[in-house]
Design a protein around this ligand. Structure first.
Ligand SMILES: *Cc1c(COP(=O)(O)O)cnc(C)c1O
Length: 397
C-alpha cells in the first residue's frame, strides 16, 4: 500500500490507471551519451531519428568550447531575472546578433521557445482582442492565447480561406486581431502558408505572428526561417524562433520592431519573473550563429539528407504524409500500433518516436523521424531499411 493510493492526490493514480490501460503511458527513454546521429539510449546504440538537433550542433566542439570559456569567465549562473541584475553582456550580444541575422530591428531572448510564445501572446493581447489560430499550432501558442484571455478562433489546418473568412466576420468588431501560425508544423513536417496568411493579415489589418521553432536553422538562407524562405522581410510583425532545436542549445527568441521588444521587456512575464540563461547557454548559442553563418553547407546537407531519406521511405512504400521538411512522419493509424512500431524499431537499432492521440488526431498515429545534417548517408540508408523491414513485419507495409 502506498500513500499515493489514499492521499489527496489519489485521483491522479486513478487517472493514471486508465491512461495505462488505454496504452497512453510511456516510460521515458534515457539518453546515455551526447546527442549524436548514433546515440546510446537505454543501454543500446541506436541511429537517433528522434532529436531536433537538425544541424548537429548540440555536441559541436565549438559550442562546447564557448560554453566552457563562458563558465570560466562569467560563472555557472546569471544570478537574477533579466530586469533586476540578470542581463549579462553576453545576453545583449546574442540579442543583437539574432536581430542582425534575422534582418529585424530588435530581438529578445527567453528561457525557451515555449516561454517566448506564451509570454509574448499573453503580454500583447487582452480579453478585448481576437486570435485567429491554425488548429495545429504548438501548445505554447495555445497556452499564450489562453493566458491572454483574448477570444480564440481556430481555423482548419493551413486553410487560408477559413482564416480570411474569420477575419472578415470580425470586421468592425473592436479589439486587435492576431493571425498566428507555426512556420513548420512539428508533427507533419509541412510548411505553413505564410505568404497567403501575410496577405490576409495585411488586408484585414491583423498582427501577423509566426512560430519558427522548426524552421530556425532549417529554412531560409543559413536557416533564417520562413520569413526569409518566402521573401517576406518587413511583412511579419512577430517572429518567434527557438535556440533549442537546430541551434543546438536552449532558449527562444522574439524578433520584431524596437517598440515590440521594449514592450516585452516591460510586460512579458517569463522575462520579468524567471531567471535568465546561464552564461554557458548564451555563449554556446553565439557560437552556433557563427557556424550557421560561416558554414551554410550544414543546412544544405540537412536538406540533401532529408530528400535522400524521405525518398528511400517513399520508394519502400511507406506513407510519409504531408512532409516537406526534415520532419518525416511514417503514418501508421492506430496509436498502439505506432508505439509497438517504435519499440520494434528501437530493438532493431533505430530511435524514432511513436506519437498518438492527443498529440495528433485519433487514427492518425505515426512514428516521427527527424533527419539531421550530421547523419551519414550510410546511417540514413540503414535506418530506412530497418524502417521498411519492421513495417513489413508489423503489417504496416
Ligand atoms: C519545440 C517548439 C516550441 C518550444 O521550443 P522550446 O525552445 O523547446 O521551448 C515552440 N513552438 C514549436 C512549434 C515547437 O515545435
Amino acid at each position: 500500500m502506498t500513500s499515493s493510493e489514499h492521499g489527496a492526490l489519489s485521483f491522479l493514480s486513478t487517472q493514471l490507471g486508465s491512461i495505462r490501460a488505454s496504452g497512453g503511458a510511456h516510460r521515458l527513454r534515457v539518453l546515455e551519451s551526447a546527442c549524436e546521429p548514433v546515440s546510446r539510449v537505454d543501454g543500446r546504440e541506436v541511429i537517433n531519428l528522434a532529436s531536433n538537433n537538425y544541424l548537429g550542433l548540440a555536441n559541436h566542439p565549438k559550442l562546447r568550447e564557448a560554453a566552457i570559456e563562458a563558465i570560466k569567465r562569467y560563472g555557472a549562473g546569471s544570478g537574477a531575472v533579466r530586469t533586476i541584475s540578470g542581463t549579462m553582456s553576453l545576453h545583449v550580444e546574442l540579442e543583437e546578433r539574432i536581430a542582425a541575422f534575422k534582418h529585424v530591428e530588435a530581438s529578445v531572448v527567453f528561457q525557451s521557445g515555449f516561454t517566448a510564445n506564451a509570454g509574448t501572446v499573453s503580454a500583447i493581447l487582452t480579453a478585448d482582442d481576437h486570435i485567429i489560430s491554425d488548429e495545429l499550432n504548438h501548445a505554447s501558442i495555445i497556452d499564450g492565447c489562453r493566458l491572454s484571455r483574448a477570444k480564440i478562433h481556430v481555423f482548419r489546418h493551413r486553410d487560408v480561406v477559413a482564416a480570411e473568412e474569420k477575419l472578415a466576420s470580425l470586421e468592425g468588431v473592436p479589439g486587435h486581431k492576431l493571425l498566428i501560425t507555426d512556420g513548420v508544423f512539428s508533427m507533419d513536417g509541412d510548411i505553413g502558408p505564410l505568404p497567403e496568411l501575410v496577405a490576409v493579415a495585411e488586408r484585414h489589418g491583423a498582427i501577423m505572428m509566426v512560430d519558427d521553432a522548426h524552421a530556425s536553422g532549417v529554412l531560409g538562407r543559413c536557416g533564417r526561417g520562413t520569413v526569409d524562405h518566402f521573401g517576406l522581410h518587413g511583412r511579419v510583425d512577430i517572429q518567434v524562433g527557438t535556440l533549442s532545436k537546430a541551434v543546438g542549445v536552449l532558449g527562444g527568441y522574439v524578433c520584431g520592431s524596437r517598440d515590440l521588444i521594449e514592450f516585452l521587456h516591460l510586460r512579458a512575464r517569463p522575462f520579468l519573473f524567471s531567471t535568465s540563461h546561464p552564461p554557458a547557454v548564451t555563449a554556446a548559442c553565439l557560437a552556433a550563429f557563427d557556424l550557421m553563418e560561416k558554414e551554410p553547407e550544414r543546412v544544405e546537407r540537412l536538406w540533401k539528407n532529408t530528400s535522400r531519406f524521405r525518398e528511400a521511405l517513399r520508394s519502400a512504400g511507406l506513407d510519409t504524409g504531408a512532409s516537406e521538411t526534415p520532419i518525416v512522419p511514417v503514418m501508421v493509424g492506430e496509436a498502439r500500433k505506432a508505439h509497438a512500431f517504435s519499440q520494434m524499431l528501437f530493438e532493431s537499432g533505430v530511435f524514432a518516436t511513436g506519437i498518438g492521440y492527443p498529440t495528433v488526431p485519433e487514427g492518425k498515429a505515426r512514428v516521427r523521424t527527424i533527419v539531421t545534417a550530421a547523419h551519414t548517408e550510410e546511417q540514413l540508408d540503414r535506418a530506412a531499411e530497418i524502417l521498411a523491414s519492421c513495417a513489413k513485419a508489423m503489417g504496416i507495409l
